[in-house]
Each structure stands twice: as C-alpha cells, then as structure tokens.
Design a protein around this ligand. Structure first.
Ligand code: IMP
Length: 462
C-alpha cells in the first residue's frame, strides 16, 4: 500500500536555546577538495543549530579528530559530531542508502547519537548499484573518459538526475515506483550498453525489493527538509552549510572535465538545500597551505619529485575515501584567488600549515607563464592549464615546529609573512590557521570572521 506524502519532520529536536540569533554561513573547499573542511566545520558547528550538506554524496571523505581518535565521514555532515546540532542531507545530494545506514550505525556504535538528529531530503537522488557499475566501467575503460573518480557512482547518478531518469529518496517508499523508475532508466540505453559490454543487466524487481527495504530502514530520517530548514531559520535557528569537494572540482566553475558532477561552490547551496541567496550571511573557504589533487586533471604547481613526496608524507596525503596517494604541489595563488572570487569569500582558513615547517624556502605561485605570455588570472582552457608553468615568488621558510603554536604571536615572522602574502593573493583575510589535526591545534588569524562565528574565547586570540 502506498503511504501518504512526507512532510516536514514532526519535531525539530532543537536543544535548549538561548536568545542569541546567529547568521547562516557557508564553508567551501577552496582548492581540489581534501582541504580539511571537516576540522573547520567541526570547530564552527558547535555555534550553529543546523549543519546542512547540499551536494555530492559518498565521494566525500571528511576526517575529524577528537581527543586523538579519528572519525571518517562520507555522507553524514562533519558538523553532526557536535551533539547539539541537527544535520541535513539536502536535495542536491546523491545518497547511497546502504552506505548511509552503515555510516550511521558505525557512528552510533562509536557513541554518537545520530538518530533523531539527521534529516535526509525526500528530494535527494539515490545512487543505484548500476550507477557504481557504470562509474567503474568508464574508469576501467581508461583513455580519454577516465577522470580518476572515487567510483561511488556519483557522475552516473547526477547524469540520471539531469536526464530525468533518476530515483529519488521519496520514491523509495513505494516498491512499484522504484521498479518503474529503474525500468525507465535501464530502458534508456543503459541495459543495451551493459549487454554489449558483456555485463549482467540488473533485474528491476530485485532492485525494487532491495531499495524498498532500505527505504523502510531510512524512513525515520526522511523529511521535507527545504521547508523544514526555512521554517527553522524563520524561528531564529542558524545554519552552517557544509561544502564537500572543492571549488576547482565544481562541475561549472572547476577544471572541467576533470571535476565532480555537482556544484561545490557556495552558490550551489541555494538549489541544493532549497534556501534563497538572501539567507546567507557569510562565506569562508578552506585552503591547504599548499595544494593537492586526487585523480586526473591539470595541476600547474604539482611537484613530481622528492619535494612532493615529502609534502605527501608530512601531510599524510592519502585519500579518506579511496586511500589513493594525493598529488602534491605548492600553493597556487591564481587558482586560490579565482576561488575566493567566485565564492565571494569573507575569510579563508589555512590548514595543514605545519606541513611546511621543514622547508628553507617556500615558493608561492603568483602567475602562470604560457608560450611566453604571463597571466595572473586562472584560465579556463585545459590546454593552457596543462602547459602553464608556474611563476613563483620564493618566500623564506621558518624551519620551526609550529604544531604547538596556539596564537599568531607564537608563529615565527616568516610564517606570518607567508600567511599575509596568501591573504593578499586571495583578496580576503586569513581568519584561521590550522597547525595539526586536533581541535586545539588551531590559531585565530587577524580577521573578523572567525572571531565573530567562533565566539570570543573559543580559541586564544592575537
Ligand atoms: P567523483 O566525484 O567520484 O565523480 O570524482 C570526480 C573527481 O573528483 C575525481 O578527480 C575525484 O578524485 C575528485 N573527488 C571527488 N570527491 C572528492 C573529495 O572529497 N576530495 C577530493 N577529491 C574528490
């Protein structure tokens, strides 16, 4: 029997709240993902009522370290590790139901209470096993089409959505609807393609039975989140919008085609959660003090030799989702400024700063040279990005362990000069510096943003 429609969650499960009205802000990745957004979101989340994700799915990998223990999150927002916060998985996401239920179970057994605090949008898209199969097949075919994806089915799931062939979370309530949607999807040429490549065509009835069961298990989490979140904001709740991946992986603004299939930029949250732009009060971007990238695609400041290896080892630069070694390179001021501009950043958080403690000299990319031409704007042409040679400004290193620093004044002069130069390249303040994975290994920068949003006394100032 078909059930009635899913409306807003009955109760917001909102905690004892003071009269404080906090604005709504967004945290985005400023580079190619893996910037350490998990830690920054975790620090900020305590001051917010709701943490909402708007794009991506299990391709994300956020690591949060609490008292020496590491927690890995893929679909659950990193901000949910703060017990007083409600979490939302927005309609712009692609959800892997089995993976999500497993992640929730793992967090619950680690002592976190997730049930009753996490809402999944009824309008979010669902990743099917056949999406994962298509993702893997296209990666294994190699050649031009290989992107170096996480093989979680992200691209095919978003492609199905855009082609109006997708399955949504709301559809999972009804086995007949699931079977019908899967049949339409397979009939759109997917089944023929699978047959041609010698692969088994999945049975829609089997998928329907499986996903209807997952739908029942997920039922308590599913809600009309867009209306709910707007209603909560009307009532004075503050929302932290948590980005996944990074600006340069954005499907519209990133290094296309070597991107993910969603809008990782701040503006994506409007459509991905159902919140209008007038609701957003501030934006911060998270940047590593250097650069990394996983998968294929242009990376002008990449270091292929021993220096890159040293950064990788010091920064433990291996993927949280796939374990792949990340490509490492120097900070790219052009890419970063582009990112600060298209996200209209108020502030930047600089992470993994201590990784640079060992270098005599730290090159900062301030321009590209391409066939004799020097450019200071991040280009869209893939062939220019492929051939561009970075023009470096060489700043003196500090060769001092900064992992114990807790305030700006604890940092050596050369470290502060490096931070200031990055701020001038970005065109916005550097408001926070992270010198290690633990919550305490954080320094408040000279700017206003993090002072305002973390609250006085959250971290040592000045
Ligand atoms: P997909 O998102 O799995 O389709 O992968 C597309 C591209 O985005 C690949 O280069 C991936 O390595 C990259 N990517 C996806 N998610 C993340 C992430 O969370 N961090 C870093 N790179 C990512």
């Amino acid at each position: 029997m078909r059930s009635g429609p899913i409306f807003r969650a009955g109760s917001s499960a909102r905690k004892g709240q003071d009269d404080r009205q906090m604005p709504n802000i967004v945290v985005v990745g400023g580079q190619w993902g893996d910037e350490g957004k998990g830690k920054i979101v975790d620090l900020l989340a305590d001051r917010f009522d709701i943490v909402a994700r708007w794009q991506g799915g299990p391709n994300a990998g956020h690591t949060v370290r609490i008292d020496g223990k590491a927690f890995f999150l893929h679909q659950v927002p990193a901000g949910l590790l703060r017990e007083r916060v409600m979490g939302v998985l927005g309609n712009g996401m692609v959800i892997d139901p089995a993976g999500l239920l497993q992640e929730i179970a793992d967090l619950e057994s680690a002592g976190f209470h997730i049930r009753g605090r996490l809402l999944v949008s009824n309008r979010a898209q669902v990743i099917l096993p056949v999406h994962r199969l298509m993702d893997t097949a296209s990666e294994e075919a190699g050649g031009e089409t290989a992107i170096g994806t996480t093989r979680r089915g992200i691209g095919p799931a978003y492609a199905s959505k855009a082609a109006r062939l997708g399955l949504r979370v709301v559809d999972m309530q009804d086995e007949e609807t699931i079977a019908a949607r899967v049949r339409i999807f397979l009939g759109s040429g997917v089944a023929a393609h699978l047959r041609e490549s010698g692969r088994l065509v999945p049975d829609p009835a089997e998928i329907a039975a499986d996903y209807a069961r997952l739908g029942r298990e997920m039922r308590d989490f599913v809600a009309e989140t867009s209306l709910w979140i707007n209603e909560r904001m009307d009532a004075g709740a503050s929302v932290l919008f948590e980005g996944a991946q990074g600006t340069l992986l954005d499907v519209d603004l990133g290094t296309y085609p070597f991107v993910t299939s969603s809008n990782a930029v701040a503006a994506g949250l409007g459509a991905g959660v159902g919140v209008g732009p007038t609701r957003i009060d501030g934006a911060t971007g998270v940047f590593k003090a250097y650069s990394t990238r996983v998968g294929r695609g242009p990376f002008p400041t990449e270091l292929k030799g021993a220096t890159g290896d040293l950064i990788r080892e010091r920064g433990r630069e291996y993927g949280t989702t796939t374990g792949r070694p990340r490509r490492c390179g120097w900070f790219d001021g052009l890419a970063a400024r582009y990112s600060a501009t298209v996200n209209a950043l108020d502030s930047a958080a600089l992470t993994l700063f201590d990784v640079l403690d060992v270098f005599d000299e730290i090159p900062l990319c301030v321009a590209y040279r391409w066939r004799g031409m020097e450019m200071t704007e991040f280009p869209a042409e893939p062939w220019v990005l492929d051939e561009a040679e970075p023009v470096y400004e060489r700043l003196p290193g500090w060769r001092t362990d900064t992992s114990e620093a807790r305030r700006l004044s604890d940092l050596p002069g050369n470290a502060r000069r490096y931070i200031d130069r990055i701020a001038s390249l970005l065109g916005c303040e550097v408001g926070l510096i992270s010198v290690g994975p633990e919550r305490v290994q954080t320094i408040l920068g000279p700017g206003k943003f993090f002072h305002d949003y973390l609250g006085a006394g959250a971290l040592a100032a000045g």
